[in-house]
Every structure is written in structure tokens, then in C-alpha cells.
Design a binder for this molecule. Structure first.
Ligand code: TXA
Ligand code: MG
Length: 318
């Protein structure tokens, strides 16, 4: 029997009992549990095979709900929330004790966001607690952007997958922290840095590796298909690996020397938003083929292209 469905009341019931439910968001599917219930949160780490040092993002229905579990909220937080929520922006804020240390891997800050998906928002509004949810994939693998992707890998480990269609953004949220020096980027994602900069009126910096606030999950190798990925100029790579069975993940071009079934064009019209939306399903598709390796290229490094390139770089790192 399929565990995929659209029954929000059923999902609510399971979550209230401390079970895991996969939920759709605009970025990727999440693997959710009651963020206030340590035993429920522990099940997430087990199902994903996720190391306990890698903390979870907490998803909330409203700013009022977030105010109930964080402290020392800077004024800028409210301005950013107003502009970007619900949406693909995650903010690190000092937590209250009601958030179990397991959720933050013992760190002082909790990562929070209000997702922009009607089903997720309806579910969150119906609950009396927020939801801790990492992406619903086994640790280190490509994130899921459809309910089927979740089922393919976690079917036996979760109670229910709430189907909300394919994710409109297609890659994870942008993670930021706010301190006296302003906003710092910890992970590029669905909200572009340019958008944040134009709201804040300042150039933003990426977190320095020695900064006080760290995002433990941004490892070199992540988002990885099982097949090897090599990044570079596709024409040159085709020559170098002419003796191998190759799949291509290109930004906007088709290559006539390779079977079209072994090619994924992220956006034939050259749209970075479309490329982001297609990236993870493209990687999964190529990973399922009878090929030796995937060759790919960076997309233009502007807007959401920065996040696409970040995921490509990590997917290729071994
Ligand atoms: O779009 C998204 O952010 C998706 C959807 C489901 O909301 N979630 C997601 O979760 O990408 P995950 O667990 O795959 O990635 C969360 C990242 C990890 O790198 C983790 O280390 C970092 O956020 N993180 C979470 N809580 C943190 C905290 N308290 N302090 C520092 N980093 C944190
Ligand atoms: Mg993830």
C-alpha cells in the first residue's frame, strides 16, 4: 500500500503521536517531527542515518509561534521575515529551553523558517507545536523534490508522506545569522544573496569558517548521487572520457554525440529558476541510468545560480 496521500488530518494525527511524516515545502520535501518532543526528533536522525552533530531546521506557522521558542530577536529579523516569509529563508536565533538540545545538536541557536507551501502551512497552523524537519533523504544523498523521491528511499522508515506536488524552488533555503555586525550567509539557497542585499542595503559576506556560529551540515561532500560527477567544460570532458558510458547534466545545451535519454538539460531557455527546480530530479534520473559517470557544468553564478553551483560542487566532491 502506498504511504503517499494528501490527508492533512492524518498527518496531524501521526505527528501528535510522535511519528514521522514527510511534508512538502517550496524548497525540498522535509522529514518532520514535533520539534518539542525529543523522542520524536530522535526518530528523524535514525531514519536519515544522520549524525547527531548535524542540527535540524524548525518550521513554524507564524512569527508569534517562533517568538515562543527563541530569545533576543533583533529588529532586522522582523524586517527580513516581512519581506521573505513565508519563503526559502532560514534564520539562526538563540533558542529557549523548550527546544531540545538534540534539535540544535547542542548549539545555542535554532534554525527557523516559515515555509511557503499551502499544505505545509495548513498542517503547521493546525498543530500546537513547530516541526523539526531536515530534507527527507538519507544523509548525504540528493534532496527529494517529489513525494515519489521520498518514497523511493525512506518508504519503510516513515509513517506517511504528504503529497504537495513537485517543489517550486527545488533546492534548500538560504541560511543566515544576524548579529551586531549584520547578516551573515551560512548556506546559499532559494532566496538569492542579491535579494537579501537589496533589502538590507549592504553587501553580505559568507560566514567565515572560524565564526562563532557554524552550520555543521554544510560538508564538502553532500547532495551526492552514487555515480561520480565531474564538473568542467562539457565539450572537453566528452573528449577526455570518450571511452566511458557518460550521462550529461547541462545548463541549457543539448549534445548530439550522446543519446538524448542520457542527457538532462536543466533549462533549455537558460532560466536559473528552472535550472534550480530541475537540478535534484535531474541528478536522481542520471543516477538511475546505466552509465559510468555524470559530466556537468556550472551555471551562471548569479541569483539562485550561486546555490545551484554550490550543490553541484558538493555533489561532485568525494
Ligand atoms: O529548505 C530547507 O531548508 C529544507 C526544508 C525541508 O525546509 N531543509 C533542509 O534541512 O535543507 P537540512 O537538514 O537538509 O539542512 C539544514 C542545514 C544543515 O546544514 C544544518 O547543519 C543547518 O541547516 N542547521 C540546522 N540547524 C542549525 C543550527 N541550530 N545551527 C547551525 N546550523 C544549523
Ligand atoms: Mg539536507
Amino acid at each position: 500500500m502506498s504511504i503517499i496521500g494528501t490527508d492533512i488530518a492524518h498527518a496531524k494525527n501521526l505527528l501528535e503521536k510522535g511519528e514521522l511524516v514527510s511534508i512538502p515545502t517550496e524548497t525540498v520535501y522535509g522529514l518532520a517531527a514535533n520539534a518539542f518532543d525529543e523522542n520524536a526528533v530522535l526518530k528523524i536522525f535514525k531514519a536519515k542515518n544522520r549524525p547527531s552533530f548535524d542540527p535540524l531546521i524548525v518550521h513554524a506557522a507564524s512569527i508569534e509561534q517562533i517568538e515562543s521558542f527563541v530569545i533576543d530577536i533583533p529588529e532586522l529579523f522582523y524586517e527580513l521575515a516581512e519581506s521573505f516569509w513565508p519563503g526559502p529563508l532560514t534564520v539562526l536565533l538563540p533558542k529557549k529551553n523548550i527546544i531540545p538540545d538534540l534539535v540544535t545538536s547542542g548549539l545555542s541557536h535554532v534554525a527557523v523558517r516559515i515555509p511557503n507551501h499551502p499544505i505545509a502551512l495548513e498542517l503547521l497552523s493546525s498543530l500546537s507545536f513547530p516541526l523539526a524537519a531536515p530534507s527527507a533523504n538519507p544523509f548525504g544523498y540528493v534532496s527529494p523534490t517529489t513525494a515519489r523521491h521520498v518514497e523511493d528511499q525512506l518508504e519503510n522508515k516513515i509513517s506517511y508522506i504528504l503529497d504537495g506536488g513537485s517543489c517550486k524552488v527545488g533546492l534548500e533555503s538560504t541560511i543566515i545569522s544576524i548579529d551586531n555586525n549584520g547578516v551573515c550567509i551560512h548556506r546559499p539557497g532559494g532566496v538569492s544573496i542579491e535579494n537579501l542585499e537589496s533589502k538590507i542595503g549592504k553587501t553580505l559576506k559568507f560566514a567565515d569558517p572560524n565564526s562563532k556560529i557554524q552550520v555543521p551540515g554544510t560538508m564538502q561532500s553532500h547532495y551526492s548521487p552514487r555515480k561520480k560527477i565531474i564538473l568542467g567544460e562539457i565539450d572537453k570532458l566528452l573528449e577526455s572520457f570518450s571511452d566511458r558510458k557518460i550521462g550529461i547534466l547541462s545548463f541549457d545545451k543539448k549534445y548530439n554525440c550522446v543519446d538524448s535519454k542520457k542527457q538532462v538539460i536543466l533549462s533549455d531557455v537558460g532560466s536559473l529558476d528552472e535550472a534550480a527546480r530541475n537540478l535534484f530530479s535531474g541528478l536522481r534520473y542520471l543516477d538511475s541510468l546505466d552509465i559510468d559517470l555524470i559530466i556537468s557544468e556550472y551555471v551562471p553564478n548569479v541569483g539562485i545560480g550561486l546555490a545551484v553551483n554550490d550543490r553541484l560542487r558538493r555533489a561532485a566532491a568525494k
